[in-house]
Design a protein around this ligand. Structure first.
Ligand code: UDP
Length: 238
């Protein structure tokens, strides 16, 4: 067993992070930067699952309407996550990180199917597992899917990357005097309407199973490594 605070982690990356400096699509510079952040974590022996979002391509909630059913819109959203996962898998592998893309929607031509035992086997071999298609069902987001998958794969923590370094008392991108909150209880995360950094279903599931979530700033150097070592500067929800 390694000496890190966490042995197996789930990292949730939203589509917005993968788009980086672009309005939509994937920013290869950001994704390559990410590989350098991931390498020391793998070297430290930590097993890592990445749940990718798809908001840089489509979000079901926004797309539904004008004849497009919500279920179809969510299918399109899930396909967006698959595109991100495929791109990220290639970028990781071409940067020397053994990686497998496992999809929760049927896509055998392009990715391995998500099978619990298969995911575990890859992780035990210290391959990064990139989960595509969320949980594979509509009316869900990849935040909730991230918590669900972290539970399924015995992760000790969910690391949720955002553009700000945690939960604040007000929006720090608008108010310069916003104050960061270091620790938030599950109960507060579930009940406080203003805490919208993840959806309530995700917080509820994490609370039920006492799975901590750490919110941190995606683009901060060594943020993931420090978090794995128990030195996060973000917000701990638990
Ligand atoms: N989605 C879904 N089921 C899932 C995960 C995702 O239907 O298990 C769809 C949903 O429409 C969602 C979209 O995929 O809006 C993209 O995911 P999300 O909005 O979570 O992406 P992010 O905001 O993290 O980029």
């Amino acid at each position: 067993m390694n000496q890190n605070k966490y042995q197996r982690i789930l990292l949730k990356l939203s589509g917005e992070q993968l788009a980086g400096n672009f309005e939509s699509g994937i920013d290869p510079v950001i994704c390559t930067w990410l590989t350098e952040e991931i390498k020391p974590i793998i070297r430290a022996g930590v097993e890592i699952i990445i749940m990718v979002g798809g908001g840089n391509f489509a979000r079901g909630e926004r797309l539904a309407g004008h004849g497009i059913k919500r279920v179809t819109a969510d299918h399109i959203g899930m396909l967006g996550t698959l595109m991100n996962a495929l791109a990220l898998t290639d970028i990781f592998e071409s940067n020397g990180i053994p990686t497998r893309c496992l999809s929760s929607i049927f896509a055998e031509q392009v990715a391995e199917p998500f099978i619990h035992r298969l995911a575990n086997k890859h992780l035990e071999k210290h391959r990064v597992v990139i989960a595509a298609g969320g949980i594979g069902r509509p009316y869900m987001t990849t935040d909730t899917a991230a918590v669900s998958l972290a539970l399924e794969l015995d992760c000790q923590v969910v690391l949720k990357a955002t553009k700000v370094n945690g939960v604040y008392d007000k929006d720090p991108t608008i108010y310069p005097d916003a104050v960061k909150i270091d620790k938030v209880s599950f109960r507060q995360a579930v009940s406080d309407y203003d805490i919208r950094i993840m959806d309530k279903a995700a917080f509820g599931l994490a609370m039920e199973h006492k799975l901590p979530i750490i919110i941190f700033e995606a683009m901060q150097k060594n943020a993931i490594l420090n978090t794995v070592n128990g030195k996060t500067t973000g917000t701990y929800i638990g």
